[in-house]
Write a protein that binds this ligand. Structure first.
Ligand code: MTE
Length: 316
């Protein structure tokens, strides 16, 4: 569905600031949609997309100024569409995220396979302005549209053996050309401990800047875990599995000494090849000093208790 309404933004990035402005941008895009002969009409949008103009702001949204739409959609990590930062925006243009279904399986009483629309329908969408800190040392502030991961997981009634949740990205070389190269062990897999997944912060994102999720940001549905390094926030999810044992995650398998299972943002635990003490906010000029990285990316009040008694140097 995202591909149907993809259109170059008509507002300068300098004008894109908080919600009032991006709501206007959304109106602009709807207008563009209605007047374009090539694009979908409003009637072709799924029911859940029509609700978006009235979304409430999450109480967990940061007050930091959001990165611009252009920054968020042209500087990406999405190895399924190439390893360069500008590759996903170019190579995902023709990715067709429809139809899309999600399979839920493993240790739960209500597994199943669901069309995206049915899958999303029961949950309350909100705007969540969250920081995303990449392990590479850059960060952005992204106004996501999404819903609570915990609310979603509970509907599948995980049982007492469900100690972890595993997420898997689509594996289809014909639609994701980067998968033709074995730069990672495809499909991309990520995981959370069940109490992390049931925390109030993680979301399943289906949009950003009030519009549907651009392909390069993980269309049509992705995870966002704001206190962990960006690679935990897996894109284009097709499978969710409740497991008793810790999932084997892609980056941990690729380089276990560099990427742990937990991967909490932590300025005191350096990556073996570089420091994690500071970060560069994308969009800030190079001459401006980097900003200090904060433990748990600043979300410690909500998540520090999850790691009480754990050695976060060992469990990095
Ligand atoms: N998910 C998949 N399937 N493939 C990827 O390569 N990259 C991760 C994460 N999710 C990645 C992924 C990394 S390293 C980061 S930093 C974030 O996506 C980047 O998200 P963004 O491009 O929307 O900013």
């Amino acid at each position: 569905m995202a591909i149907l309404i993809r259109k170059k933004p008509g507002i300068k990035s300098s004008e894109i600031t908080p919600k009032s402005v991006y709501l206007d941008r959304r109106k602009f895009m709807k207008h563009s949609l209605a007047t374009s002969v090539l694009l979908a009409t409003d009637a072709m949008l799924p029911a859940w997309a029509k609700k978006w103009p009235d979304l409430a702001d999450s109480k967990y949204s940061t007050k930091d100024t959001p990165s611009t739409f252009e920054e968020i959609t042209t500087y990406n990590n999405f190895y399924e569409f190439g390893t360069g930062k500008e590759d996903p925006a170019k190579n995902a243009v023709n990715f067709d995220a429809k139809p899309w279904s999600i399979t839920v399986e493993g240790e739960c009483s209500k597994p199943g396979t669901f069309d995206l629309e049915d899958f999303i329908q029961p949950y309350a969408l909100q705007d969540y302005i969250y920081r995303l800190r990449c392990v590479e040392g850059w960060s952005m502030v992204i106004p996501w549209v999404g819903f609570s991961l915990a609310d979603m997981l509970k509907t599948f009634e995980p049982n007492s053996k469900a100690k972890y949740v595993e997420f898997t990205t689509l594996y289809d070389k014909s639609r994701m050309p980067g998968q033709k190269r074995r730069v990672l062990n495809w499909p991309y897999v990520e995981g959370l401990r069940i109490d992390e997944a049931m925390n109030e912060l993680p979301i399943m994102a289906v949009g950003l800047y009030g519009d549907m999720l651009p392909n390069q940001n993980g269309a049509p549905i992705r995870l966002v875990v704001p206190w962990k390094y960006g690679f935990k926030s897996i894109k284009s999810i097709v499978k969710i599995r409740f497991t008793e044992t810790q999932p084997k995650t892609t980056w941990n398998e690729a380089a276990p000494k560099e990427y742990g299972f937990y991967s909490n943002v932590n300025p005191d635990v350096d990556h073996p090849r570089w420091s994690q003490k500071k970060e560069r906010r994308i969009g800030e000029p190079f001459w401006k000093p980097k900003i200090d990285t904060v433990l748990f990316n600043g979300y410690g009040d909500q998540v520090a208790h999850l790691y009480q008694g754990m050695d976060l140097v060992k469990n990095f």
